[in-house]
Design a binder for this molecule. Sequence first.
Ligand code: NDP
Ligand code: MG
Length: 390
Amino acid sequence: MVREQHKRLTVLGATGSIGQSTLDIVRRNPNKFDVIALTAYSRVEELAALAIEFAAELAVIGDATLLPDLKAALSGTGIESHAGEAGLIEAAERETDVVMAAIVGAAGLRPTMAAVRQGVTVALANKECLVCAGDLLMDEVKMHGATLLPVDSEHNAIFQVFDFDRARGVEKVILTASGGPFRGRSRDSLLNVTPQQAVAHPNWDMGAKISVDSATMMNKGLEVIEAYHLFPVEKAQIDVLVHPQSVIHSMVEYADGSVLAQLGSPDMRTPIAYSLAWPERMHVPVKRLSLSEIGSLTFEEPDLDAFRCLHLAKEALMNGGSAPAILNASNEVAVEAFLAGRLRFVDIAAVVSDTLSACDIKAPQSLSNVFEIDKMARREAARWLGVRTQ
Ligand code: NDP
Ligand code: MG
């Protein structure tokens, strides 16, 4: 009997929504994967339990003050433990076949870059990496011969239907958006929405930050920038279409008028499994799509007045330079403040817009440059919060 080839897998952000969905697939396919390294930031007990369950070589906790807890939880297991950013980078550099990059925010940039520099397959969920350092990251992908597979459902859909050998025949990529929990609402009606309402997404079960991004539609804006870096298209060729059922995950329109789309139930395990099995396909027990049950699919244009963040992100892409990095950093600060009850929902866009106006948008030349810009934008956004939310 031929033994099935195991893929060695590292999961950065193992305790999060994407990390857990990834490990759910691994759990169901014990003959396909060997887990090498797992990371988290603060959920130390969960991390240790996963490391033990999957017999990982290494577990890394981002918050270095929690290293003693991790060591205690792993004592006697033989699993190595590390902490801090250096530890996260070490996890990304461990010899492996596939790295799932699922840390949230710009905090994932250095570890993701380290995985890319290994020249392995990087399944990329962490869209903020491409938003703040897209050109630099894609250069490194080419330089190190890494394979970058998009996990984000829209980009995974486009990846599946994009004719990379005849890219000149592509006229448009159309990113679909559910519209989030506040679709159809006016800007004025959103003044007093709570974090709890904002994270209650109608179709997808996701981490808190991306759920708020979906509610403001900043998520779709970040995805427009992500698409620009992932696919050989011009900025003006990327469109957004609201499609509340989240069945068509995105589309590519060709010169002859053909439109190719990828469809499926809204379950992240499909794009995750696609990335893990690529170039093969693997079985995943997601709900099968029943179009007759769904009945009708509907579409509408996004409301850029109520969802100003989408407009700001598109503008940042057009302006280029460090504008996307500033947009991302200020959005991270604003979303955190909103989740903590310190900022109104509608003011997330105000923080981002004012930070973009206050910062110089000269293009970053290096990764350390990106971090300087990120820091400057965070400082400026925090100053906004300090002055305006007293
Ligand atoms: P979660 O918040 O659920 O999980 C984030 C993960 O990153 C956790 O493991 C968390 O650890 C870890 N983490 C958080 N902060 C840090 C830090 N400063 N340093 C190191 N690790 C950190 O997020 P999601 O899984 O929802 O999202 C992950 C990424 O995937 C995001 O970029 C998101 O935009 C993208 N994505 C997510 C989708 C989804 O359906 N969830 C869909 C498409 C893209 P701990 O648990 O200890 O806090
Ligand atoms: Mg998405």
